[in-house]
Design a protein around this ligand. Sequence first.
Ligand SMILES: C[S@@+](CC[C@H](N)C(=O)[O-])C[C@H]1O[C@@H](n2cnc3c(N)ncnc32)[C@H](O)[C@@H]1O
Length: 360
Amino acid sequence: MTRPLVDLQTTPHGGRSLFATQPITRGTNIFACEVPFAHVIYKDYRREVCAQCFAYAASTSRSIGDPRTWSIRSCMRATAETVWFCTDECKVTWESGVIGPLIADVNALLGKAKIATRSQSARDGHDPILPNISTAQITQDYIDEAWVDVENFVSSRTLLSSYCSTMNLEDMELEISRSVASAIVQRYVIDHRLANLTASSVISSSDLWAEVLNLQSSELSNVSLRPYILKAHLRVYAFLCHSLPTHLKTYVPMARIILARDTGNAFGIWDGDSRDEMLGWGLWAGASYFNHSCCPNVEKTRVGRAMHFTTSRSVETGEELCISYIDTNQTITQRRQDLENSWFFKCRCQRCLLEEASLH
Ligand SMILES: C[S@@+](CC[C@H](N)C(=O)[O-])C[C@H]1O[C@@H](n2cnc3c(N)ncnc32)[C@H](O)[C@@H]1O
């Protein structure tokens, strides 16, 4: 058996991180994660993004005159949401799988349920799920209590149904709901052994959920910086409790776990290398142990549904293997701002430490 090239270790500065177990040459594929555990493609792009391989119809690499939307569509159950494909091969692969069609069924239900949330008169601004809050109030206890309250609230079917009929779910809340629902379907399929899922080169399907649980949560940092996120998450939870089919409802408590880990661990699904347009996002469990560096030695590439990680230069035994989360062609001040706003940490990479020292 060949020895793995990477090893997970704890760092003094940035939680767990991946390290080289032997010298690695430039261009080596060190890790691959085959499928996202949760994902969503934004509504505006759904006709332009292949449901199987995420190829973008309007990408700049395509020729002038090529259509901006895909024309091959799924024709499975009438109850399922229509999805589009770049080739017949992708369509056959998707239709012969279990997860894609199940997600399309659930998405159709969520779409209808969202329309129903605005069928009655708009709310008067008061939301019983969470009163207006100020950042000063936000502690882990506060967040825990808010989740206990919402769980009590949704346990009354009458209250829940009446709330959802006028909650006026926002478009972004529906996207978040779709992403959580895709994870719920994934877990349902694993639990019921409906498909043989291989998520990555090192993780077996039975460990997939454990891998998601193991991801770092950024719930408190995220809600402290953007208190409105908590309200959106609680509303998504209530909406899913109300709208999902009975066999998936038992999995709704997963929502808080996914939402707490999504920010800080998910990757954007981009149109191509130039990253002009973000088409959606996905949570590739197992691929989130790469720490950030402003002088990275690993490049991340999406290959269809898979995330591949390749060394961008040669690496010594024991070296930390890092990707970059941001545009590293920025000043230290801009880089810090981006990392603190979106990932809630102060970068301790070699480049930042050197640049910081030269400032003093
Ligand atoms: C996607 S996770 C990476 C894996 C993470 N270290 C863990 O233990 O799960 C991102 C988090 O890792 C930490 N991190 C990543 N790169 C870092 C760096 N250059 N300096 C300090 N902390 C970093 C931050 O806490 C960040 O929010």
